[in-house]
Design a protein around this ligand. Structure first.
Ligand SMILES: [Fe+2]
Ligand SMILES: [Fe+2]
Length: 335
């Protein structure tokens, strides 16, 4: 029995059990006790609880682990003592990674008078933070290198993820919320669940792609919600828990389509993370870095105001994000 069948069967059993006792439907959602709750709970076709989903998803044997270089880079990012030599030493152990970093540092966006030939050189040219972001992005991307399906272009997927990552960070900064790398990581990983669907639930992915072939205006997420008991949000959130990512990142992956801005359960900071990624996702799609129309481009005014509190217009924000375009293209050149 495939993973999707197991989820469907568990859902059916749940529904019949619920109907039998006429009890209220259990919440869908959080994949661990203190994980975020979706704002859409009552409308979600996923009526499975945390434990049911965890049990089923935990049956995946060969789930990718967070690459060790990515892990080291996260630690380096969080360590105020880390410096360029420290990062160069981590990177130098991986020749493929080094080659891709040099490719970015020699791309049109960064190119200098002479070619960049060493990691240390690349760090000087691109800056330490940019190197950290690139190392993290490339190593995560490599972990999913072989994932593919008909109609799925992994390069477009990562282009979208990288664009959302840079734009998330910029929105965090211009909204005066926060200027940190956690926002970049949250943006980069927000659609991670899609990769798990491709590999472990290919029949779900194929059905969505077939539906979108006929009606491309329907988003990937809408197809999931309409026809399946689970979406890339719950699945990605499950993986982020396994990878021991921060609560902010788990929340972003779970809630990026519906940031719970009316929630009284979560601290405002946690909600801000998913609201900012929601905006970055839609605005990146508007700026031609979308993927499978997953988010659409329409923005809920309430969410925009939640992030900006009336201090900026949509047009101004788009103007800031346009400045990221060349840098995003340079980053994508390493793919
Ligand atoms: Fe998404
Ligand atoms: Fe997205």
């Amino acid at each position: 029995m495939g993973l999707l069948d197991a989820i469907k069967r568990a859902k059916e059993q749940k529904i019949s059990a619920v109907a039998a006792v006429t009890a209220p439907l259990p919440h869908s959602g959080p994949l661990q006790a203190d994980a975020p709750v979706s704002a859409e709970d009552e409308h979600s076709p996923a009526v499975l609880g945390v434990e049911d989903l965890n049990k089923i998803l935990d049956s995946i044997q060969d789930i990718p682990t967070l690459p060790s270089i990515a892990n080291k880079v996260i630690q380096a990012i969080n360590d105020p003592q880390s410096n360029s030599k420290h990062i160069a030493d981590i990177v130098k152990n991986d020749p493929a990674l080094t080659a891709r970093l040099l490719k970015v540092s020699n791309s049109a966006y960064y190119a200098g008078f002479s070619p960049c030939t060493s990691v240390q050189n690349a760090i000087t040219r691109m800056g330490l933070m940019q190197i950290k972001r690139m190392v993290f992005s490339i190593s995560i991307l490599d972990a999913f290198d072989k994932y593919g399906a008909a109609g799925f272009n992994i390069k477009d997927f990562w282009k979208h993820s990288i664009a959302v990552a840079y734009n998330t960070r910029t929105i965090g900064k211009i909204s005066r919320f926060r200027d940190n790398e956690e926002l970049f990581t949250a943006g980069l990983l927000h659609d991670l669940g899609m990769l798990i669907i491709i590999k472990y639930m290919p029949e779900m992915f194929d059905a969505i792609m077939k539906k979108r072939e006929i009606s491309p205006e329907i988003s990937f997420y809408e197809c999931e919600r309409a026809d399946f008991p689970i979406s890339h949000c719950e699945i990605g959130s499950w993986l982020s828990v396994r990878w021991q990512m921060s609560r902010e990142i788990q929340s972003v992956i779970f809630n990026h389509h519906n940031p719970p801005i009316d929630s009284t359960i979560f601290e405002k900071d946690i909600v801000m993370f998913s609201a900012i990624v929601y905006l970055a996702d839609r605005l990146s799609t508007r700026l031609e870095a979308g993927f499978l129309n997953d988010s659409g481009t329409e923005i809920d005014e309430r969410i925009f105001n939640f992030v900006f509190g009336g201090s900026s217009s949509e047009e101004e924000v788009v103007g800031h994000l346009l400045k990221n375009k060349a840098m995003i293209e340079a980053a994508v050149s390493a793919l």
